[in-house]
Ligand binder design. Structure first.
Ligand SMILES: [Zn+2]
Length: 265
């Protein structure tokens, strides 16, 4: 199975990277879209809140911490709870090797872009340009009263007295630019559906594909690759299933493609 690579450490990784590289080369001309979830950002220090044992939602009810109803009821309390739970790991997080590798694949013309369930903005920080954030991102805020959208002001516990941030135009509380429970999906989600239909292939990275409506996207793909540590409902229909950490697999894929002269060194 390992070909001529031997069986030392990294041999399995190189073998899988080569298979993924082959897929990219073969499918690129028909269009490849990448769908990412929490698993691509865990190496950037952002816990996958949904994975067993991460603990967050065992202590706090997500429907309370991330719902439109709780934001509208008491925006200051919403921000205090956010700062006590899901928000801090997202502030100041840096892209990891997987994000950087995807940016290089886009520049090389091997992938059309990235659809992400993540709200951390790390794909853009890594240099990806075609990014559809179907759950929004925390770098932005929006006003539900007048429609203002802007960059999120700095948030921190020392600024609690200034919570919630207020709209510069109409002084209503500013909502984080993410899709809360109870909100409609943003236009980016419908753009993602259209793009997924346009592309012949989809590569899923770091998503368990269990959260609707994002989980509908792989159903649109004619060819599918899944890179996730845990099994997903789509593994049986995927052409390739690679249960390796994204931050290890994707730099190796890029290195393999660079050796073939398909990605700039
Ligand atoms: Zn406003």
């Amino acid at each position: 199975m390992m070909g001529g690579d031997g069986c030392g450490p990294g041999a399995g990784l190189r073998y899988e990277a080569r298979r993924v590289a082959d897929f990219l080369v073969e499918a690129a001309s028909d269009g490849i879209i990448v769908l990412t979830g929490a698993g691509i950002s865990t190496a950037s220090g952002i816990p996958d809140f949904r994975s067993p044992g991460s603990g967050l939602w065992e202590r706090i009810d997500p429907m309370e911490a991330m719902s439109l109803a709780s934001f509208e009821r008491d925006p200051a309390a919403f921000y205090r709870l956010a700062l006590a739970s899901w928000l801090p790991p997202l502030l100041g997080a840096q892209p990891n090797a997987a994000h950087l590798a995807l940016a290089r694949l886009e520049v090389a013309g091997l992938i059309r872009g990235v659809i992400t369930q993540n709200i951390d903005g790390l794909h853009q920080a890594a240099g990806s340009r075609a990014v559809l954030e179907i759950h929004g991102n925390v770098q932005h805020v929006e006003c539900r009263r007048c429609g203002y959208r802007g960059e999120a002001p700095p948030l921190g516990t020392e600024r609690e007295t200034e919570l919630p941030p207020l709209c510069p135009l109409c002084h209503a509380p500013l909502k984080p630019g993410i899709v809360l429970f109870g909100e409609q999906m943003p236009p980016a989600f419908y753009e993602a559906l259209a793009l997924a239909q346009e592309c012949a292939a989809m590569i899923v990275i770091g998503s368990s594909l269990q959260v609707a409506p994002a989980a509908y996207l792989p159903e649109l793909a004619r060819r599918l690759v899944v890179n996730n540590l845990q099994p997903t409902p789509f593994d049986t229909v995927a052409e390739l299933v690679v249960p390796l950490p994204a931050q290890e697999l994707w730099p190796e894929v890029v290195a393999e493609l660079a050796e073939r002269g398909l990605v700039s060194q």
